[in-house]
Design a protein around this ligand. Structure first.
Ligand code: ZN
Length: 411
């Protein structure tokens, strides 16, 4: 989706602010001689921002507004190495709450709802983002934070919570506990707003059915405000995102070139009005695509598809970008096989070949099953793989998802 003139003007404001502040990116832009962009083509030539840069700017190198205007910092959970610190002005905090309020509204949540928030509070952006948005909406917040399932379920019943905000894994745990304790008739939940970690359709269906609630996927990352920059609507065909606050591009992660709308690639985000730490062309390494055309709900906000994984997982086969998660989702629909699989990609006689190994018990016709799986995979990714069904226990067990993909083309 090409950047609009209005968005370009906002980008120029941000470039000016960065350069004037002489912050980490301000210096980078100044060194590159960039003072403004005229056209959408100019914009696509702006350098990307990377997580590594953000770490290099530790602790407060990203700060672009004067200290007296900074009201808060958040930090992304650095599982490895230096964390990233993002400073927020009062306006940033408010803008974030406005976006989050829109998310709730898009999910049909109102000021008559009671919102139980289970993501964590603290340095990271989760709990407080859910809370500020809910307060902006005027709903009643039940700020639980994570853990303590007994207390969660007690409050959920006593307060008659109607909305659950959580990760998919915690929603699943609560659903199972509710079932186990036989307290479903005391639960008043109608909706779940679930954080953006990737989850399978099977899990979604399971949570939705066992709790009897509608589920909404919320998107966001600490570097760009936090959760609340996008959510799916009642039609559940991708997540609407707020293009008055953000400009989103999808690029080919290998070449850095923009891909046409509808095509899968890496999400790159530019903040249009952020003051504390504006980011230009930030590479998220999240994979998705822009869904072309207008949504059935009539909202004008553009849409991103569900996050399909991380760029590190992507494979390019026969010129098509393929992700293990796409294959995994297809396989999950076959009850005849278990969850183990292996993907082998090779290059023979000038052609790429993808072989998928799956495990099944001996009670099924292996040939017929592999044909059916191959057809389903083809309808998902666009070409036919070779599927081999093997006996249970044949494939190597590994905790690491990446070890399930073996690319023999570059050996
Ligand atoms: Zn919609």
């Amino acid at each position: 989706m090409q950047i609009s003139q209005q968005q370009l003007d906002l980008v120029n404001d941000r470039i000016r602010a960065l350069v004037e502040a002489g912050s980490f990116y301000g210096k980078k832009l100044a060194e590159a001689g960039i003072t403004h962009v005229e056209t959408p083509e100019d914009f696509t030539k702006l350098p990307f921002s990377e997580k590594k840069d953000l770490r290099d700017a530790y602790p407060l190198g990203l700060m672009t507004a004067p200290e007296e205007e900074i009201v808060r910092i958040h930090s992304s959970s650095g599982t490895t190495g230096t964390p990233v610190i993002i400073p927020y002005t009062a306006k940033d905090v408010d803008d974030w709450a406005i976006m989050f309020k829109r998310c709730y509204e898009t999910a049909g949540i109102t000021n008559m709802d009671r919102i139980q928030i289970t993501p964590g509070y603290g340095l990271w952006t989760a709990g407080i983002g859910f809370q500020n948005g809910a307060e902006k909406l005027g709903a009643m917040v039940i700020p639980m934070g994570p853990g303590n399932t007994d207390k969660q379920l007690q409050m959920m019943q006593d307060m008659k919570s109607t909305v659950l905000c959580s990760t998919s894994s915690y929603a699943l745990l609560l659903a199972e506990e509710i079932e186990k304790r036989g307290i479903k008739e005391n639960i008043h939940l109608k909706k779940g707003v679930i954080g953006s970690e990737r989850w399978s359709d099977k899990m979604r269906k399971h949570i939705s059915e066992s709790l009897g609630i509608e589920l909404y996927d919320i998107y966001g990352l600490t570097e760009i405000y936090g959760p609340g920059i996008g959510i799916n609507c009642e039609y559940n065909e991708g997540m609407h995102y707020w293009d008055d606050y953000l400009y989103i591009e999808v690029i080919d992660p290998k070449t850095g070139e923009p891909v046409p709308d509808g095509e899968m690639g890496e999400i790159v985000i530019t903040t249009l009005v952020k003051e504390g730490a504006p980011l230009i062309r930030y590479r998220t390494h999240d994979l998705s695509r822009i869904i072309p055309g207008k949504c059935k709900c009539g909202r004008c906000y553009p849409r991103l598809d569900t996050i399909m994984g991380r760029t590190d997982d992507m494979m390019k086969i026969k010129g098509v970008n393929v992700f293990p998660s796409q294959i995994e989702e297809v396989l999950a629909n076959f009850n005849e096989i278990n969850s183990e699989y292996q993907i082998r990609i090779s290059h023979l006689d000038g052609k790429d070949t993808m072989r998928i190994y799956v495990e099944s018990t001996g009670d099924v016709d292996f040939d017929a099953l592999s044909k059916r799986i191959a057809e389903k995979v083809k309808s998902r990714i666009g070409f036919t793989p070779i599927v081999k069904v093997v006996e249970v226990g044949v494939l190597p067990r590994s905790m690491k998802k990446t070890a399930r993909v073996i690319d023999e083309r570059f050996d």
